[in-house]
Write a protein that binds this ligand. Sequence first.
Ligand SMILES: Cc1cc2nc3c(=O)[nH]c(=O)nc-3n(C[C@H](O)[C@H](O)[C@H](O)COP(=O)(O)OP(=O)(O)OC[C@H]3O[C@@H](n4cnc5c(N)ncnc54)[C@H](O)[C@@H]3O)c2cc1C
Length: 404
Amino acid sequence: MTDYDVVIIGGGAAGLTLSHRMGGVNERRGRPLRTALLEPPAGAHTPPPRTWCFWEPDAGPWDGLLTARWRDLSVVGHGGTEYRSPADPYVYKMLRSTDMAAHVRDHADEHLRSRESYVTGLVDGPEHATVHAIEPDGTEVSLTARWVFDSRPPPPPPGGRTRLLQHFLGWFVRLPQDTFDPGAAILMDLRPAQPRTGVAFGYVLPLSTREALVEYTEFGRTALTTPEYEKALTAYCAQAGLGEVEVTATEQGIIPMTDAPFPTRTGRRLFRIGTAGGATRPSTGYTFSGVARQTAAVADALAADRTPVPPVPHRSRHLVMDAIMLAALDRGRVEGADFFERLFAGNRLGDVLAFLDGASRLPKELRMGLTTPVAAMSRSALDHLWHALRTREGTARPDRGPTE
Ligand SMILES: Cc1cc2nc3c(=O)[nH]c(=O)nc-3n(C[C@H](O)[C@H](O)[C@H](O)COP(=O)(O)OP(=O)(O)OC[C@H]3O[C@@H](n4cnc5c(N)ncnc54)[C@H](O)[C@@H]3O)c2cc1C
């Protein structure tokens, strides 16, 4: 008998979402699965609180917890042209990690145990896996489980041709007078000075008429220093017409944007989920909705007593398209600001969001491709094909792994 049926390592977006699904899994099974969620106490090993934005058609499972939602979105071109439209059929939503964590813990059934454990090692085995961890009082513990889902940030995966970073600094700002329309957000503002390769943009997500999250983001090979971000974000606030702002909180981060494959099965009983399990969409850095799809598949497998190998939650053709786009950006074949402005100017916003979330169909994707710099993207596609043929490696495919 193992200590647990399921151990989930990490209480971030993926660990929390999977933990939240376990109640439903237990209802469907009749025989509950004893689950532990391991997350160290807040400190040096844990990321600071963050906000997760995502879009979905209207109602969704986290609606009661949202900090904000927007139906109207705009993209601003490098020269200042604004492309504003409803996000229809989608609503763009913001959820705070702290609100999600509290909700998951408050609504867990009695079969989920949250433990403040820092994981130090994993050992796979034919019958069970063993998780080595340290408790807050320094005690070393070993926990056995039938299945282990690990969402700790992994070292960069090997392989892949392009390794960009989406790196950013955001300020939660307060202004002395009404400035924002709380129903409308700027998704991408391409007015900031552009780097030689990659792209730089700002965005503004209003939380009330006087408060907003304002961010400066780059897609590029190397992150900036904090003073460099602050300079860029100050300049962007001025460009966005915000003037003097009071900064009430900050959000800073780096999200990998790579075509390297992320294996989701690392042992007979060991799996990876979340960013560690390829849930991040390479071309956008958005992860939250990929996590939802990935953990839904894991929950279905657990409910049906199948081996719960997490799928990479992106279609193979989208991963190929992303690899082509990332390579074109990284090698300077396309100018990032021009690429994104053409994409948003030439297509309905809802269609672009559907594509970026993997919900589009091929004919529309091909038409969308024609609105981007076709010659440069074709060269990047041929280059990708040539490389794939030479290495016979291709790009990441959903890792189905062997079943038992
Ligand atoms: C600041 C920021 C903002 C983002 N905003 C968005 C967004 O708006 N929309 C979107 O789709 N994506 C966003 N992303 C990308 C992505 O959604 C997030 O990184 C998301 O948190 C990834 O979820 P995850 O569960 O894979 O990893 P994380 O949320 O990072 O969770 C990993 C967990 O593992 C825990 N951990 C680490 N080491 C150990 C250990 N040794 N033992 C036990 N636990 C451990 C950590 O404490 C952490 O809680 C953002 C990323 C950042 C950095």
